[in-house]
Design a protein around this ligand. Structure first.
Ligand code: IMP
Ligand code: MG
Length: 173
C-alpha cells in the first residue's frame, strides 16, 4: 500500500541547513577530532551529508539500537543491537540521529557513552519533535524543529519504507 506523503523539507533546504550545522560543529570543535557515531538506520543520509560539511578530523563509527514499541512510537527500553567498532574512551563523541522524539534513544546512548569514558558527548539530529519528549534531553545541533507529525524520507521510515526519499515529508497513516 502506498501512503500520501506531503513534502515538509526539500532536498535543497536540508542541504543548506546541513551546511550550517557543519560550519557550527567545525567551529565548536576547532583543534579537536570528532568521533561521529551514526545511529543506524535512520540517520545514515543525514550522517553522510553532515560528515562532508565538517572540516576538523572526523572518525566514523556506527551503532544500532532497538526500542520495544510499535511502528510509530519508540518504547522506553532501548537495547544496543550493534556496539561501536572502536572504544570511545577519551573521545569527543557526536551522536548523529535522524529525529529526537521521546528522547529515550539519545538519553540512553549519551549516558552509556559517558559511562564508557567519552571525553564529551554531544547530540546532532536532523529533526526534533519537542512536543513528544518524555525524558529531558536537548539536541546540541538540530536541523529542524517540527510539530507532532509522523515524517518519513531522508533516512526516516514508516515500517521500513520510504527511507530513500530525497526529502522529508509528512505521511498520512
Ligand atoms: P525516541 O527514542 O523516542 O527519541 O525515538 C527516536 C526514534 O524513533 C527515531 O530514531 C526514529 O527511528 C523513530 N521516530 C520517531 N519519530 C519518527 C517519525 O516521525 N518518523 C520516523 N521515525 C520516527
Ligand atoms: Mg531511528
Amino acid at each position: 500500500m502506498e501512503h500520501k506523503i506531503t513534502e515538509m523539507f526539500s532536498e535543497e533546504t536540508i542541504a543548506t541547513r546541513i551546511c550550517e550545522l557543519g560550519r557550527q560543529i567545525s567551529k565548536d570543535y576547532e583543534g579537536k577530532e570528532i568521533k561521529l557515531i551514526c545511529v543506524l538506520r535512520g540517520a545514515t543520509m543525514f550522517y553522510a551529508e553532515l560528515a562532508k560539511r565538517i572540516t576538523v578530523p572526523v572518525y566514523f563509527d556506527f551503532i544500532s539500537v532497538s526500542s520495544y514499541g510499535n511502528s510509530t512510537e519508540s518504547g522506553g527500553n532501548i537495547a544496543i543491537r550493534r556496539e561501536p567498532m572502536e572504544d570511545i574512551k577519551g573521545e569527543h563523541v557526536i551522536i548523529v540521529e535522524d529525529i529526537i522524539d521521546t528522547g529515550n534513544t539519545l538519553s540512553t546512548l549519551k549516558k552509556l557513552f559517558l559511562e564508557n569514558g567519552a571525553a564529551s558527548v554531544k547530540l546532532a539530529s536532523m529533526l526534533d519533535k519537542p512536543d513528544r519528549r518524555k525524558v529531558e534531553i536537548e539536541g546540541d545541533y538540530v536541523g529542524f524543529t517540527i510539530p507532532d507529525e509522523f515524517v518519513v524520507g531522508y533516512g526516516l521510515d514508516y515500517a521500513q519504507k520510504y527511507r530513500n526519499l530525497p526529502y522529508v515529508g509528512k505521511i498520512e497513516v
